[in-house]
Design a protein around this ligand. Structure first.
Ligand code: DAH
Length: 359
């Protein structure tokens, strides 16, 4: 009996010492002290002993059990310590490694500039309105005081679709002005909206692409006049080009949907291959504007004796080129990764008028 106990003891102790990790240690524990473990079985066999031997054997069994449990605790602590040490080595961070690159994606200058324009006009209390890229003749032309035989239609180089609506072909909108019409039909005056979006014309060279972007502006109220138009656009230009004093001038012009009509130029300086906005003695046209024509108001059911206001339309791509010095419009739409890495903006630098538009 003694000899058997001794063998068992040595066997388990050797097992504990040899366990290389916590898992192996647990296997040794189960094999010895588990429900069907060797030590447990031995304790169970106590019952078979004659009563006079039982007491003494019980004591030495318990002593063995306690000794083994203690040895197990000690070995477990040892293994835990070395497991932590091993993990620290394995999970070591080399703080001298270069940081991970910032996200690869860039915001396209058109998106950036659109966000900038929206931020500025939002500050002045304008809401953003939208309309469809596929328009009908009435919204794109008729309601804007451009009847079928009007020469302005030729200037628009329209893409017509095969689909007809009320006998007239649908088309890709040639400007964002139809959003004026949709806005006034859908709501009640006063209105104060801008409408950025895609526009389409059959045209392609250094400064024209078949698809381009415009932003429309519309303010309708009871007493809105040309002074409001000028103040609004002068404030916009200063905020957009991020300069206190941008020289501007308003030149008389013609648009069927405004009367009077004007074009707005900003002062600039052209040197060999540079264009500087805000100084110098040259002028550059950036938008068309005017007081909304009474016929346009009538087309949407507003009484021109009660309501009046101004509108403007600006090329987004064009002002993006001016602000960020991008020479060729066509490159905007070529999806060249090197181009977008150079001219694009970081996704997290969202433009706002308080934190800075372009930074
Ligand atoms: N729709 C005109 C164009 O595409 C731009 C324009 C001029 C819009 C004057 C306006 C405006 O709202 O008042 O050429």
């Amino acid at each position: 009996m003694e000899a058997e106990l001794q063998r068992l003891r040595e066997g388990v102790l050797a097992g504990l010492a040899g366990a290389a990790d916590l898992r192996a240690l647990d296997e040794v524990r189960v094999a010895a002290l588990g429900k069907k473990g060797s030590v447990t079985e031995l304790v169970k066999s106590l019952g078979a002993l004659p009563p006079e031997q039982r007491r003494e054997a019980g004591q030495s069994f318990n002593a063995l059990k306690r000794e083994l449990e203690e040895a197990l605790t000690v070995r477990k602590a040892e293994l835990e310590k070395s497991a932590v040490a091993a993990r620290l080595v394995a999970e070591r961070i080399d703080v001298t490694l270069p940081p991970r690159e910032r996200p690869e994606g860039r915001i396209h200058p058109v998106s950036q500039v659109t966000d900038e324009i929206v931020a500025i006009f939002a500050d002045m209390g304008f809401a953003v309105a939208e309309g469809p890229d596929i328009e009908d003749d009435w919204h794109n032309f008729e309601a804007l005081n451009i009847p079928p035989e009007h020469p302005a239609r030729q200037m628009h180089d329209t893409f017509y679709l095969e689909a007809l609506q009320d006998g007239a072909p649908l088309l890709l909108r040639t400007h964002t002005s139809p959003v004026q019409i949709r806005t006034m039909l859908a709501g009640k005056p006063p209105f104060r909206i801008i409408a950025p979006g895609r526009t389409y014309r059959r045209d392609s060279d250094m400064t024209h692409t078949p698809m381009f972007h415009q932003v429309e502006g519309l303010v309708i109220d009871r007493e809105t006049h040309m002074g409001h138009l000028k103040g609004c656009l002068i404030d916009f230009v200063g905020a957009f080009f991020e300069r206190d004093q941008v020289p501007v001038r308003f030149r008389p012009s013609y648009f069927p949907f405004t009367e009077p009509s004007a074009e707005m130029d900003v002062g600039c300086r052209r040197s060999r291959d540079e264009l500087l906005i805000g100084e110098g003695s040259d002028w550059l046209e950036i938008l068309g504007c005017g007081m909304v024509h009474p016929r346009v108001l009538q087309a949407v059911g507003l009484d021109p004796d009660e309501w009046q206001g101004f509108a403007f339309g600006m090329g987004i791509d064009r002002v993006a080129m001016l602000k960020y010095g991008i020479p060729d419009l066509r490159t905007f739409f070529e999806s060249d990764l090197r181009w977008i890495r150079h001219y694009g903006f970081l996704p997290l630098d969202v433009p706002s008028t308080y934190a800075g538009l372009s930074r």
